[in-house]
Design a binder for this molecule. Structure first.
Ligand code: ATP
Ligand code: MG
Length: 555
């Protein structure tokens, strides 16, 4: 079954099926309209998979359109990152990239049309007054004293706005609709405001910028969008969307449909909040592997297939809900369990010296890359007299449940021999510095000859040939499931969300490619950091643990 065939239906697809069956449309055209004021996050991935997925499955088209009407908050860096992320997620937009700013001239002429029809006016109330005059949900608004200006006067004043004759916040263009509408968006919404800001696409050509509600519907219509899909907070705005298109001379009449946005536990999804985390250095940039951004997840080792799978599993509905972080993790775990080659790494090393193994000798062992997939081949792992094991894999005393190395007892080294701990050496503080062992040379790939049972298996790295590596362990970025609901979301940041270990990895990993998933035996799924790792200073990120221990232990 292809990915497209596997995509489940949803209420939007049902609407499309009906529209096609009734001949309302002969083909489907969607769009993904990000504002380039931040990096894309996993919530955007939901919208991307929905819009581009529909275009793929119905042999239709999906545009990538930058909704760029807020020059102060936008930046070309964001434009580039968004293009990159959409492609990385596995999607290709139809035709050229679109920008709302490409339509500034056309939008201006539609504004003139509304003025000529007596449906828009230049208001000189201050933004505070406009808010006050708008009324509340319980009380109707009041008319602005400037509402009944003549068409001629409005045309002249709008021209003055455009040519820089008004300071910011001293004039705006408003639609003349209904100040007592039960829908606040219909109470003479602002269509244009004055902003003396340099725009990343249009430079300083404009000092008036159209508002989202005016721009979005017209952009959709100009691009021949059939189904304009957005999140539920725009439900009321649909009235304004339709009002604008009904009152200008434009043929195409796209329809807006709303679905519930993705909310994910232990994270925030608002770009304003994510921006704060970055600018206040609470994380290390937009692509910090703890961020819910596409670039952060990618750097952490999520594959694009696992993100698409996640979007498929959560589905598309109109119900607001909060998704468990574990459901995202289980998607990448399922992917990597299947596809990630195995390797050995020791995160918190303690030295073992195998006294009866010849000093200076290096034995090359052949170890399978995947326990159930012989087609993934094998690799060479050097074995030597001195090796590293995890500090937590040794105890001087332990009960029978502890299936690792215990003083005076035996354990198997994964892919190698059975060893026995003979004695330990401690430093001045009483910490074990070295564990001296002996080994059974007749146990490579077979059980001890005399029938002794050795139950435990631990991983290890040759101390002579292993490579030092920085290993970054990530946890949830916040300590509470819904940080956005806290008085100060920043106060709920998990101070232990990044733990840096200095360990050793087997030498085959020197050439591991960035982002490619690996399973470190017994410790989790990891990848080479795509930014900080260097051949002589390797850095690995933990993508996810082997099992979902977090939900059970809270660690
Ligand atoms: P913010 O409110 O944080 O600024 P936004 O929704 O305004 O985010 P846009 O860049 O305008 O961000 O979003 C582009 C598209 O992605 C929109 O169609 C929006 O509805 C959708 N989108 C944004 N966040 C989510 C989410 N959490 N779940 C699903 N879709 C989302
Ligand atoms: Mg938006």
């Amino acid at each position: 079954m292809t990915e497209a065939e596997a995509r489940p239906s949803n209420f939007i697809r049902q609407i499309i099926d009906k529209d096609l069956a009734e001949g309302k449309h002969t083909s489907v055209h969607t769009r993904f309209p990000p504002e380039p004021n931040g990096y894309l996050h996993i919530g955007h991935a939901k919208s991307i998979c929905l819009n581009f997925g529909i275009a793929q499955d119905y042999q239709g088209q999906c545009n990538l359109r930058f909704d760029d009407t807020n020059p102060e908050k936008e930046d070309i860096e964001y434009v580039e990152s968004i293009k990159n992320d959409v492609n990385w997620l596995g999607f290709e937009w139809s035709g050229d990239i679109q920008y709302s700013s490409n339509y500034f001239d056309t939008l201006y002429s539609y504004a003139i049309e509304l003025i000529n029809k007596g449906l828009a006016y230049v208001d000189e109330l201050t933004p505070d007054q406009i808010r006050e005059y708008r009324g509340t949900l319980k009380e109707p608004g009041k008319h602005s004293p400037y509402r009944d200006r003549s068409v001629e006067e409005n045309l002249a004043l709008f021209e003055k706005m455009k040519s820089g004759g008004f300071k910011e916040a001293t004039a705006c263009l408003r639609a003349k609709i209904d100040m007592s509408s039960p829908f606040m968006v219909m109470r003479d919404p602002v269509l244009y405001r004055v902003r003396f800001a340099e725009h990343h696409q249009t430079g300083d050509k404009w000092c008036i910028y159209p508002m989202y509600d005016f721009t979005h519907c017209i952009s959709d219509a100009l691009e021949g969008i059939t189904h304009s899909i957005c999140t539920l907070e725009f439900q009321d705005n649909r009235r304004l969307y339709d009002w604008v298109l009904d009152n200008i001379s434009i043929e195409c009449q796209p329809r807006q449909y709303e679905f519930s946005r993705l909310n994910l536990e232990y994270t925030v999804m608002s770009k304003r909040k994510l921006n704060q985390l970055v600018t206040e250095n609470l994380v290390n940039g937009w692509d910090d592997p703890r961020m819910p951004t596409i670039s952060g997840l990618r750097r952490r080792g999520f594959t694009s297939a696992s993100i698409r799978e996640f979007c498929q599993r959560i589905g598309v509905t109109k119900q607001e809900n909060m998704i468990e972080f574990g459901s995202l993790e289980s998607c990448i775990r399922d992917d990597l369990n299947e596809n990630a080659p195995r390797a050995m790494a020791v995160l918190d090393p303690v030295k073992i010296i195998i006294e009866d193994f010849e000093a200076g000798k290096v034995e090359t062992l052949n170890v399978a890359n995947h326990p159930n997939k012989p087609e993934m081949g094998s690799r060479e792992v050097p074995f030597s007299r001195e090796i590293w094991i995890e500090r937590e894999d040794f105890r001087e005393e332990a009960n029978k449940k502890y299936k690792r190395l215990v003083l005076g007892k035996e354990v198997r080294l994964r892919g190698a021999y059975v060893i026995k701990a003979e004695r330990v050496e401690k430093d001045a503080e009483g910490n074990i510095s070295t564990i001296f062992c002996s080994y059974d040379s007749d146990t490579l790939g077979k059980n001890p000859a005399d029938g002794r049972k050795v139950k435990g298996v631990i991983h290890w790295v040759s101390a002579d040939n292993g490579v030092p590596a920085e290993i970054r362990l990530y946890d949830r970025l916040f300590t509470v499931p819904n940080p956005a609901a806290a008085d100060d979301f920043k106060a709920t940041i998990n101070s232990k969300s990044l733990q840096v270990m200095n360990g050793y990895v087997e030498p085959s990993l020197i050439d591991a490619s960035p982002e490619k998933g690996l399973q470190f035996e017994r410790t989790g799924y990891f990848c080479v950091d795509n930014k900080d790792s260097k051949p002589d200073a390797l850095v690995f990120n933990r993508t996810v643990g082997l099992r979902d221990t977090w939900a059970k232990t809270g660690e």
